[in-house]
Design a protein around this ligand. Structure first.
Ligand SMILES: Nc1nc2c(c(=O)[nH]1)N[C@H]1C(S)=C(S)[C@@H](COP(=O)(O)O)O[C@H]1N2
Ligand SMILES: [Mo]
Length: 338
């Protein structure tokens, strides 16, 4: 079973080869385990744990340990972790896993786009903030780092494809940008637009040119103003690698991962709900709101549980229950009249 954002009629031969049971194929997994000196002991277990959907389930041997401190690098030296988001209740996903299992459809429909994404030209970079605001402004990369106070937050992350990670982001809450832009009373929504240049992002053999590029996403203004809504400039103590959406991407931990547009070039304040990439492609599969709701199945799979990456030396999946609003209901339920 392919848990892909792309509806079946969009699953071209290339993306059909992206089944995660192929990505995390047995050979690679065994190699990792052998490398860690535990292959021989674990391989019979793997056989018995190979799931029908191809995911490997290994029960965690111990409860989640508190996250280790992140190894901060320049320009993030001295940045503090926000205490409200220091304990996600699960172990941090290993950096090498989060950095190599990505969705970034501009660079292909597979999870292993990290190499290809290195083509993204991030220097110089500008983000144009405008629309219905009193203070339109174009920020370059330095401006982003200097204008907004940067903090670290560990957030749970839930893709609509039912996989999950726990990631330490570095950045600033979106309400800081709202304050700087000073929206007019008529502004009710925001639209984020990702970098797009088909000559750069679409490589040879990659032919999803018919998708509704550029990638756009949006929020209601009150959602954007919520404490959780975050712009990330870094991850795991370092500036965002290109595959994670360098140099700036949105992170909205109570919503499915696709709401978090990567490599943002434009932020526009609008009076109407904007059309968005996945919603335009398949409105019945990807709502505009896209809050994590375990009891509402995706038309092609259940959302009741998720495959959590790691922890431990092996690349492994644990199947864990999905929580309403991804566990962030205390922050956001009020936005939805609950
Ligand atoms: N521009 C752009 N942003 C994007 C995507 C994309 O394909 N293009 N994929 C989204 C999806 S589906 C997910 S799950 C997350 C993945 O983020 P990560 O690869 O950094 O974990 O990015 C989101 N942002
Ligand atoms: Mo996703």
């Amino acid at each position: 079973m392919v848990f892909s954002h792309l509806p079946p009629d969009w699953q071209l031969p290339e993306s059909r080869a992206t089944d995660e049971s192929l990505f995390w194929n047995r050979r690679r997994l065994l190699k990792t385990l052998v490398g860690a000196g535990i292959g021989a002991a674990v391989s019979p277990l793997l056989q018995s744990c190979q799931r029908q959907d191809g995911a490997i389930a290994i029960a965690p041997s111990s409860p989640a340990a508190p996250p280790p401190p992140t190894n901060l690098q320049a320009p993030f030296l001295g940045v503090e972790r926000n205490r409200a988001f220091a304990d996600p209740g699960r172990s941090l996903t290993e950096k090498r896993i989060a950095n190599s299992y990505n969705n970034f459809y501009e660079f292909g429909g597979t999870k292993d786009i990290a190499q290809r994404a290195q083509r993204l030209p991030t220097d110089p970079w500008t983000v144009e903030v405008g629309g219905l605001v009193k203070n339109p402004r174009t920020y370059d990369r330095d401006d982003l780092y200097k204008t907004f106070p940067i903090e670290e937050r560990i957030y749970r992350f839930r893709c609509v494809e039912a996989w999950a990670m726990v990631v330490p982001w570095l950045g600033f809450p979106m309400h800081k940008l709202i304050a700087a832009a000073d929206p007019l009373p008529s502004a009710k929504f925001v639209r984020f637009t990702s970098y797009y240049d088909k000559d750069v992002t679409m490589g040879p053999g990659w032919s999803l040119g018919r998708l509704p590029w550029p990638y756009t996403e949006g929020l209601r203004l009150d959602e954007m103003a919520n404490e959780l809504a975050f712009f990330a400039l870094g991850v795991y103590g370092e500036p965002l690698p290109k595959q994670h959406g360098a140099p700036i991407r949105a992170v909205l931990p109570w919503k499915y991962g696709f709401k978090g547009a990567k490599s943002i070039v434009k932020v526009e304040f609008l009076d109407n709900q904007p059309a968005t990439f996945w919603n335009t492609l398949a409105a019945n599969e990807y709502g505009f709101e896209a809050n994590v709701e375990p009891e509402v199945p995706h038309p092609r799979w259940s959302q009741a549980t998720e495959r959590l990456m790691g922890p431990g030396p092996a690349i492994a999946w644990q199947r864990v229950p999905t929580l309403p609003y991804n566990g962030y209901g205390d922050y956001v339920a009020g936005l939805y009249g609950v």
